[in-house]
Design a protein around this ligand. Structure first.
Ligand code: SF4
Length: 434
């Protein structure tokens, strides 16, 4: 069977990265000059593959099928699988309708198709719900027909999967500038799930709170394979909570060092899951960038949104340690929590400026469908226009501030953050020039 995997470029206008935001896809968008520059920068420089596609390509090939990746129209493949997104779904649906032909089956994967399969079945033959690998195995074996809604079970033994196969993917295009500058760059997934289970986390929709892990040996075997095959020099660890087990993170770094692997990498984690010794070891094994979800300095607001807050002292300690060791921190902040006030949003911006990390991103709180938070917000939701679920538009009724005020604070956040002498002197040149 000939299989096409499609990450549609059309729906990627404005940087719809379909591996981000839990697989709902995100879109960079700016209302004023500074946030537009930030959005442009992200759009033009950040490009990572849909991680599941690497696994699906490997599974289909393992079972004797041919697989091609496209970001535009496929050729004569009889099975076409597209990555869905919340922000670009209407383009994806029109595209699916356009490429329909007799003898061809078209299907969708990813988070939005998982929670709203009926939308996608309007224009396609099937939707794979959840992590798609188990269903892919069954389709590849001929045990399951690509029709209707296919529930795909979680993979508990991640080492039972083949390594992702990126042959035919635009590996030279992938990049994560300015945080990881060396290319070729590719993504790697060493664990899935997160037991913190924050109620608004979009990754919970497909990956769930069941944390599953690969061993240090298995991870390092893949890194060596990626280096041999694609000459990769940078890796984006796409785990949603990389240091959930510090012990395992330590083992992976020790194994990278023991094998003499030279690679630069980034990961995403929480400041309360890091310590100085661990950070130093991770840095020795190539860690150069950490994404930290800081969200808001207002503990109660964070708690009310279903996340365990992290003490300011701990966050600052980790940010300063990273500075000392040579690890860049990207801080993620959220504005427009239900209980946010002008004062609390002001405090979030000031706190971000105080931490003064090399990069900071300010998103608007968004209840993604399929999350517990979405159910909690049900009575407050003001917009069911999914195209607004970009983290750039408030979509719920807030207690104390208007949507205009949230957007004003968001624009102000970018302006104030990046137009500051203390940011420019400390990070500006390095960030822009590399
Ligand atoms: S800690 Fe991060 S990855 Fe884990 S559930 Fe919360 S937001 Fe998601």
């Amino acid at each position: 069977m000939k299989v096409a995997l499609i990450d549609l470029k059309e729906s990627r206008n404005g940087c719809n990265n379909k591996d981000k935001a839990g697989g709902f896809g995100n879109k960079s968008h700016g209302e004023d000059l500074i946030s537009r520059i930030y959005a442009y920068f992200k759009h033009s420089q950040v490009d990572v593959p849909v991680m599941h596609f690497g696994y699906m390509a490997a599974i289909f090939r393992q079972h004797g099928h041919t697989v091609k990746f496209y970001d535009a129209e496929p050729e004569d493949e009889e099975l076409v699988i597209m990555a869905s997104s919340i922000v670009g779904y209407d383009e994806e649906l029109s595209f699916a309708r356009r490429i329909q032909k007799p003898g061809r089956k078209i299907g969708f994967i990813n988070a939005f198709a998982t929670v709203k399969p009926e939308i996608f079945l309007n224009a396609s033959d099937f939707v794979i719900k959840g992590e798609p690998e188990q269903a892919t195995i069954e389709i590849a074996k001929g045990n399951v027909k690509p029709e209707g809604v296919i529930d795909s079970a979680l993979i508990f033994d991640l080492e039972s999967l083949p390594f992702p196969d990126w042959d035919g993917f635009p590996v030279s295009r992938y990049g994560y500038y300015p945080v990881l500058k060396k290319k070729p760059l590719i993504s790697i997934l060493t664990s899935r799930g997160c037991s913190f289970d924050c109620s608004y986390c979009p990754y919970m929709v497909t990956q769930t709170e069941r944390w599953r892990r690969r061993s240090a040996k298995h991870v390092c075997d893949e890194i060596e394979y990626l280096q041999k095959k694609y000459k990769v020099r940078s890796l984006v660890f796409r785990d949603i909570m990389y240091t959930q087990s510090k012990q395992r993170a330590i083992q992976i770094s020790e194994e990278i060092i023991r094998r003499g692997i030279r690679v630069e990498w980034s990961c995403e984690t929480r400041a309360d899951c890091l310590e100085e010794d661990t950070l130093r070891l991770l840095h020795r094994s190539g860690l150069r960038v950490i994404h930290l979800g800081i969200e808001s300095p207002e503990d109660q607001i964070v708690k009310d949104s279903g996340r365990i807050p992290i003490k300011e002292m701990q966050q600052e300690k980790i940010v300063r340690l990273c500075e000392k060791i040579g690890i860049d921190v990207i801080g993620f902040y959220i504005l427009g929590f239900v209980a946010d006030t002008q004062k609390s949003m002001r405090r979030t911006i000031d706190y971000a400026k105080h931490l003064n990390t090399p990069l900071a991103q300010f998103d608007v709180m968004t209840p993604y469908p399929g999350t517990k938070f979405y159910d909690e917000m049900r009575d407050r939701i003001l917009s069911h226009n999914w195209k607004e679920y970009t983290t750039h538009h408030p979509v719920v009724r807030l207690d104390n501030v208007s949507h205009e005020e949230v957007l004003d604070f968001k624009n102000r956040a970018y302006r104030e953050y990046y137009f500051r002498s203390s940011w420019m002197l400390k990070h500006g040149l390095k960030t822009v020039l590399g």
